[in-house]
Ligand binder design. Structure first.
Ligand code: AMP
Length: 405
């Protein structure tokens, strides 16, 4: 089945065209910094994946998708010559609330429920929604599937997902923890089980998705039992531009002191905080590491805080599990930054997570799933490459195939 995977973020669009039968990727697209003066798109096709860069200034995320579809029809390198050759679309949706506990076909009922979920992921869901609209117009009749970041966490028990607020907020507004990055955590857990050569159902894993957004999940016997993101993707770790968990009283304090509106407060917590807020220069870990290496003290503090918060979260999930076989590192920082991995695990050796520094640094292994702990580390440490797009394509294929049964 030829599946177009659409992963729309607040200021980015990732898309791939995947033939699910052979797991073959034939198109990759990445639009970044959408909404800024530096917005651009890179589109490439198999077999060489030579990137062609397009200007995306002044375009929305959905318009970037429209442009991608134009290029896919017109470019001689493209594997398709018409959009009707696409069998199905798999959309990544960050928040599915309590309405969606698994992937769902997007019909009128699902769309109505999706609109109720928008405020749970104010940075992401609206962009995905606009993309779905665009696809309904340009690919009428092609089945679209929503694959939810929250669905993997539907197995969390009430003690993990409830907040200690008056019960009526849960009963009336469904205020509870939903988690996010579920597609990535599920995939990382399965990849780690493959690496360890044991069935996922026998393992206790702590999966760490450390990218621009970040979250950590306790995966017990293949099921999420707790995760660091909450009602929205703002809770938990310190992230690129998100604060993660802070004392909630700070919010009302700043609002009173500076007369901030709700929207302004949202903006501060979601887009001006985290690594960017502390470093003052960038939300991108590579930039901050570079600045720190030149003696920038704020960059160094941002890294120290980031590492410390990840360490505390891993420790917290260790306590939440009945056994821990491995800690799994994935996403941009988790996969690529040997330095940060070393700093994180330096503080965790006493819990039995003992890094092998050489294996950790081994450059030749970048991009490959591997174990980076010493041989007799009581808890293994794994690095796995996240592949959310492939997972979304497979879930889409499963659901659309069932429709024909
Ligand atoms: P993601 O959201 O998974 O694409 O991850 C993006 C984050 O990963 C950004 O903060 C990048 O700076 C970071 N990242 C990517 N490669 C590296 C690297 N080699 N070293 C440190 N951070 C990296």
């Amino acid at each position: 089945m030829l599946v177009l995977v659409v992963n729309a973020g607040s200021s980015s669009l990732k898309s791939q065209l995947i033939e699910t039968d052979g797991k073959v990727v034939s198109m990759k697209c990445l639009a970044e910094k959408v909404g800024t003066d530096e917005a651009c798109m890179n589109i490439s096709f198999a077999p060489d994946f030579q990137k062609v860069r397009y200007n995306a200034v002044g375009m929305t995320v959905a318009q970037c998708l429209g442009k991608l579809l134009d290029v896919m029809v017109d470019d001689p390198e493209s594997p398709i010559s018409g959009l009707s050759q696409i069998d199905a679309v798999g959309n990544r949706i960050v928040a599915g609330g309590e309405y969606f506990t698994k992937a769902s076909l997007i019909d009128a009922d699902a769309r109505a429920k999706l609109s109720l979920c928008e405020e749970l992921a104010p940075l992401h869901n609206p962009a995905a929604d606009a993309c779905i609209d665009m696809l309904m117009e340009l690919l009428p009749g092609t089945p679209q599937v929503a694959v939810f970041d929250t669905a993997f966490h539907a197995t969390m028990p009430p003690k993990a997902y409830m907040y200690p607020l008056p019960m009526r907020y849960y009963e009336e507004y469904h205020i509870r923890r939903y988690g996010a990055h579920g597609t990535s955590h599920r995939y990382a857990a399965q990849q780690a089980a493959n690496l360890l050569g044991r069935p996922l159902r026998d393992l206790g894993l702590i999966t760490c998705h450390l990218g621009n957004g970040g979250s950590i999940t306790a995966v017990n016997h293949g099921k999420s039992i707790d995760t660091s993101m909450g009602f929205t993707p703002l809770e938990g770790l310190m992230m690129g531009t998100r604060s993660g968990s802070i004392d909630p009283a700070i919010i009302t304090y700043i609002m009173r002191r500076e007369g901030k509106t709700f929207d302004e407060m949202d903006e501060i917590l979601n887009r001006e905080s985290g690594i960017l807020g502390i470093s003052g220069t960038s939300s991108d870990m590579r930039d901050v590491l570079e600045a720190a290496s030149k003696g920038d003290e704020r960059a160094e503090l941002a890294i120290d805080m980031y590492v410390y918060r990840v360490q505390k979260a891993i420790g917290g999930y260790y306590a939440a599990m009945t056994r821990t076989d491995a800690v799994v590192m994935t996403a941009g920082i988790g996969e690529n930054s040997a330095d940060l991995r070393e700093r994180i695990f330096e503080g965790l050796a006493h819990m039995g997570m003992i890094l092998d520094k050489e294996r950790n640094q081994f450059e030749g292994a970048v991009g490959a799933n591997r174990i980076i702990s010493i041989d007799d580390s009581p808890i293994r440490i794994c690095v796995v490459t996240t592949d959310e797009e492939m997972r979304i394509a497979r879930e889409t294929d499963n659901l659309v195939s069932q429709m024909g049964d």
